[in-house]
Write a protein that binds this ligand. Structure first.
Ligand SMILES: Cc1ncc(COP(=O)(O)O)c(C=O)c1O
Length: 422
């Protein structure tokens, strides 16, 4: 009986990052699942990462012994839940190095964070003819909210092009900036290509044009150290479920002076100080933007995810992932008829590719039969796919808990694709 590469090869215990990958893998119970009787090779981390026991336990503990609504009650459980909730905000503040805790707004996800900025800041401070600059590699969640605003207010969207390697053409980006530019909203790390954009330079250029900058950091937070003060960005969003935390919760960072002058985005309980039928006084930050009962368990899980990633060390994670990216890239480049889409010099651990022999969906299906989970499709970046003249890619996205043996298993399965369809 043939064994899979996973079963036949010893995984190195220590990597150049100094991380003990096997013991870290033991934190993730789901990695023991055997799809179709094969060891799970989970390479769909850009869609959502897996969750360590520490996060799962924090959420279970919350529901088992701490559950209550926050900021409302004066009883024992309400105090515990409120303390946990507030502590998580402080953890996130430190995680992104925000100057103030109340610059951290909890939302339902990365998507809602961007919608909040478009609706609240855009709705209040933009007017007809004003321009918002995006790039060709944005996720739909950083395109459609601005289109909705465009259709409502008559603003203009300007799109910075990308080159064949999947990098923003900075000279073209710079040319788009002008007196009408009010917002620059750019993805920090591309989910479809892995490109790490020169966001500090983007912020500098946008500020020189008096525009505010939103950085969609959904794919940056799991891989890179984020320092909002060093970046000097005005807004930054991320998605905890892509960084080992739960779904249903998102983070928006905003500079204090901007958040203070922005109107609320949603109305309801908690976001008010007082209400009469004549007049409502809105609450202070961050509550002004957090109407209704928040996703408390999600926030608790987010706090645990931040602790988990911080304890491992994001620099070690980045080193390990760079090692995996180099290994996987070399391996895939050796496969007949396979072309990697996105060859930026600065890249996070995403390998998007197409094959001459098969459509990405067929690749995904064959791989699934081998226990290998990747994503096939447009990755919510249809304009980017159009830019490359392709309908879709197959995408392997790596986390620190992946191994070289798993990438070997991916390569073996891709050879099988060529055998079946070639
Ligand atoms: C770059 C980027 N932006 C935004 C999003 C949207 O995040 P969510 O669907 O978690 O709100 C994603 C999700 O894949 C993403 O990769």
């Amino acid at each position: 009986m043939s064994t899979s590469p996973l079963e036949s090869t010893e995984t190195a215990l220590e990597t150049s990052s100094g991380l003990d990958i096997q013991s870290l893998r033991a934190d993730f119970p789901i990695l023991d699942v055997r799809p179709h009787g094969k060891p799970l090779v989970y390479l769909d981390n850009a869609a959502t990462s897996q969750k360590p026991r520490q996060v799962i336990d924090a959420i279970r503990r919350y529901y088992e012994s701490e559950n209550s609504n926050v900021h409302r009650g004066i009883h024992y459980l309400s105090q515990i839940a409120t303390d946990k909730f507030d502590a998580a905000r402080e953890k996130v503040q430190r995680f992104v190095n925000a100057a103030h805790e109340h610059e951290i707004i909890f939302t339902s996800g990365n998507t809602e964070a961007i919608n909040l900025v478009a609706n609240s800041y855009g709705g209040a401070f933009l007017s007809e003819g004003d321009e918002v600059v995006l790039t060709h590699m944005e996720h739909h969640s950083n395109i459609v909210p601005w289109q909705i605003l465009r259709d409502k207010m008559g603003i203009v969207l300007r799109i910075a092009p990308v080159n064949d390697d999947g990098e923003i053409i900075m000279e073209e980006f710079e040319k788009l900036l002008g007196p009408k530019t009010k917002i620059v909203s750019v993805v920090y790390v591309s989910n479809a290509l892995g490109t790490i954009n020169p966001v500090k330079e983007i912020v500098r250029l946008a500020h020189a044009a008096d525009a505010v900058v939103l950085l969609d950091s959904a794919q940056a937070a799991p891989h890179l150290r984020i320092d909002v003060q060093d970046l000097d960005c005005d807004f930054l969003s991320f998605a905890p479920h892509k960084m080992f935390g739960p779904t249903g919760i998102g983070v928006l960072y905003g500079k204090l002076d901007l958040l203070e002058k922005m109107p609320p985005y949603k109305g309801g309980g908690d976001m008010i100080k007082s209400v009469t039928f004549e007049k409502t006084i809105y609450n202070d930050l961050p509550f002004k933007f957090e109407a209704g009962t928040p996703n408390i368990a999600g926030v608790v899980g987010l706090g645990a995810a931040v602790d988990y990633l911080t304890d491992i060390g994001i620099e070690k994670v980045a080193t390990r992932e760079a090692e995996l990216l180099a290994y996987g890239t070399q391996l895939l480049e050796s496969i007949d008829g396979l072309r990697i889409i996105g060859q930026a010099k600065e890249k996070a651990s995403v390998i998007s590719f197409i094959m001459e022999s098969a459509h990405p969906h067929d690749i995904g299906q064959i791989l699934d039969q081998e226990g290998v989970a990747i994503r096939a499709g447009h990755h919510c970046t249809q304009p980017l796919m159009q830019r490359f003249g392709i309908p879709a890619t197959a995408r392997a996205s790596l986390a620190f808990y992946n191994t070289e043996e798993e990438l070997d298993a991916l390569a073996v399965a891709l050879h099988k694709v060529n055998e079946v369809f070639g």
